[in-house]
Design a protein around this ligand. Structure first.
Ligand code: HAM
Length: 459
């Protein structure tokens, strides 16, 4: 049997519905914040990631899916979305659009040749957003708030935002010098990669996966001690906006991020739920003011974030968040003879186009088997199409919950089902008691007294 590749996943059944639901919330929130969807290619010129993400990053040196195509071009499967978005921004001259900043979001597969483990895959799906063309600290806070609000909207509670600043180029250079000075006497105790990193890019020693437990690494100088006044003021402004937006955060001076393009604000959002294991960072991002210019575009300040959807779905499961996933169907149509089967094909088509979720029999089951199938599909209603009823322009419709049966004229079947299903859904509706008149899963407030929803009565 051919098996799937290591670090890749088949997403199907209920889990696939959860992924789809997560996508709808992402789309809805991105729309509220006025981000436009962007799709860039899954593969790009290898050089883009070498120059963009950084020659000495793990992503480029160890985890890159590189190949040469039939035309002899060096190609890489994208390990992340930012470099491709920046390439597209430059190539399509989006910087010339009077409508600045450019706010875009994406949702797609990325590839990293990592050692597969829980929360760490070789094929991963990320959603992310980028603001290109704004240096305003308010935009850093906006990106963080958007990420947090997507998590909240999905019903996650146990999340923690950690922020830090790497400062501007001068601050980063001062910090780089301090790291070289600090690590030099001890570098022989570090892995071979770190010995190379010392001169090339000492910041990457800090996120080395091999030397993570090394005490010397833990006590290394912190970025915040090397920020110049301007960078410090900027970082304070970001915090001020986060406070205004009522986003809770903590300053974590250990965050440096594993990609080279960052300066100023960097942040990560962790899942605090038990059972997650070590890969509990749901997403991360930060400011990258130099990248557009480095890749051949004009000086353009940018900030962004990305989140692994696999980890997000894992967090939702571990927190046991109830999601409004549709797992039942409205109607299952049953039949016995060929004439009834043809009518089933016709009626299914009509009802589906009228908006109902309808299924029928395709595998030759007898009526008993069809009833069982209707139960497996959690059909709200069933309908046994019987030639005699059809001749009278009628059908028998059975409410599968109450087991009550009614004979309905085919002329009014759509209206009948519509009314019945609405009543059923209304009975199921678990209204939020904060007064917002939403299903608690709709408004995301989970009755915890923190609802900021505009539909709240009196507001
Ligand atoms: P990143 O921290 O490399 O940042 O990845 C962001 C998120 O992608 C991680 O926090 C994690 O949830 C998920 N992720 C990364 N690698 C894996 C993996 N092997 N398996 C499963 N999930 C994974 C970036 O990619 C930056 N482009 C973020 C950004 C956007 N910065 C500015 N704009």
């Amino acid at each position: 049997m051919i098996q799937r590749q290591k670090g890749c996943n088949d997403i199907y059944g209920r889990e696939a519905k959860v992924w789809k639901y997560v996508d709808t919330i992402i789309d809805a929130m991105m729309e509220k914040y006025n981000y436009n969807y962007i799709r860039t290619p899954i593969f790009e010129a290898t050089e883009l990631f070498h120059r963009g993400v950084g020659e000495t990053t793990d992503i480029v040196t160890k985890e890159s899916y590189d190949f040469m195509d039939k035309g002899g071009r060096n190609i890489t499967l994208r390990p992340e979305g930012t470099a491709g978005v920046v390439r597209s921004y430059i190539e399509n001259k989006m910087y010339g659009d009077p409508n600045q900043p450019v706010k875009v979001y994406y949702n797609g597969t990325m590839y990293r040749y990592e050692r597969p483990q829980s929360g760490r895959d070789r094929e991963l799906t990320q959603f992310g957003m980028e603001i290109l063309g704004s240096d305003d600290p308010m935009s850093d806070a906006e990106v963080i708030s958007l990420a947090v609000n997507i998590y909240k909207m999905l019903g996650l509670k146990e999340i923690k935002v950690n922020i830090n600043s790497l400062g501007d180029t001068d601050s980063r250079n001062a910090y780089r010098d301090a790291l070289i000075k600090y690590f030099k006497p001890h570098i022989k105790d570090f892995c071979e990669d770190c010995q190379v990193r010392l001169e090339k890019n000492p910041l990457r020693i800090l996120d080395c996966k091999v030397d993570q437990e090394n005490e010397i690494l833990k006590n290394a100088p912190k970025t915040l001690d090397y920020l110049n006044e301007e960078s410090r003021n900027r970082f304070e402004k970001v915090q001020e906006y986060l406070d205004i937006m009522q986003i809770k955060y903590e300053i974590d001076p250990n965050i440096v991020r594993g990609l080279d393009y960052y300066n100023h604000t960097v942040f990560e959002i962790e899942a605090k739920v038990e059972g997650f294991g070590s890969n509990n960072v749901l997403g991360g991002g930060g400011r990258y003011n130099g990248l557009v210019n480095q890749l051949g575009g004009p000086e353009t300040p940018c900030v962004g974030f990305a989140c692994g959807i696999g980890r997000l779905v894992m967090a939702l499961e571990l927190e046991k968040v109830e999601l409004p996933i549709v797992e039942d169907i409205d109607l299952f149509l049953m039949y016995v003879n060929d004439e009834e089967k043809k009518y089933a094909a016709y009626l299914a088509q009509e009802l589906r186009l009228a908006g109902f979720i309808v299924d029928t029999e395709y595998t030759g089951r007898g009526l008993k088997g069809q009833f069982k199938q209707a139960d497996r599909l959690k059909a709200k209603f069933t309908c046994v199409l019987n030639s005699e009823d059809l001749d009278n322009n009628e059908v028998k419709v059975k409410n599968n919950r109450t087991k009550e049966e009614e004979i309905i004229s085919l002329d009014v079947l759509i209206y009948y089902l519509d009314e019945q299903i609405n009543t059923m859904v209304h009975e199921d509706f678990d209204e939020c008691d904060c007064g917002c008149h939403h299903d608690d899963s709709d408004c995301g407030c989970q009755n915890d007294g923190e609802c900021k929803c505009h539909d709240r009565s009196g507001e």
